[in-house]
Design a protein. Structure first.
Length: 148
């Protein structure tokens, strides 16, 4: 069963169970997937679906930050619960220690020594961690390792 099919199935289950929070989160995710499919011009594979969900999570986290500033505790709790539901569909992410280890291997393989070599390292590293780590975190770890 593909990830998109899993989302659709889980939506049906949530509708039958009258789980409004889960239903809302899954509809939001499926809408993001459909928009990504329109942009791509066809069906997305599981990796594309994961990327669409990640994009939606980032968008929701940014909105949640603005909501926190406004102090709306009722909306904050609901949005955080929906984010937890969406995160369950993402693949297991690498820990900082695992990511640092993989980054050290990529730095050694690229022969990088200075922050100016960051591009070479990222070119080797990103395909290895694609879908398993946030690009911003990867970039920060590589920058820290090369600066040390």
């Amino acid at each position: 069963m593909s990830l998109k099919e899993q989302l659709q199935h889980d939506l049906q289950v949530a509708m039958r169970a009258r789980d409004e929070r889960r239903k809302s989160a899954l509809r939001m995710a499926l809408t993001a997937v459909q928009l990504a499919e329109v942009e791509a011009g066809g069906e997305l594979n599981d990796e594309g679906v994961v990327n669409a969900i990640r994009k939606e999570i980032r968008r929701r986290e940014d909105a949640l930050e603005m909501i926190r500033q406004s102090g709306r505790a009722d909306v904050i709790a609901e949005d955080e619960a929906q984010l937890q539901i969406l995160r369950a569909y993402l693949p297991q992410t690498l820990t900082v220690e695992e990511l640092t280890s993989i980054a050290r291997e990529a730095i050694a393989q690229a022969g990088a020594a200075t922050p100016a070599d960051m591009g070479k390292v990222m070119k080797l590293l990103m395909p290895r961690v694609q879908g398993k780590a946030d690009g911003r975190m990867v970039s920060q770890i590589v920058r820290d390792l090369l600066s040390a």
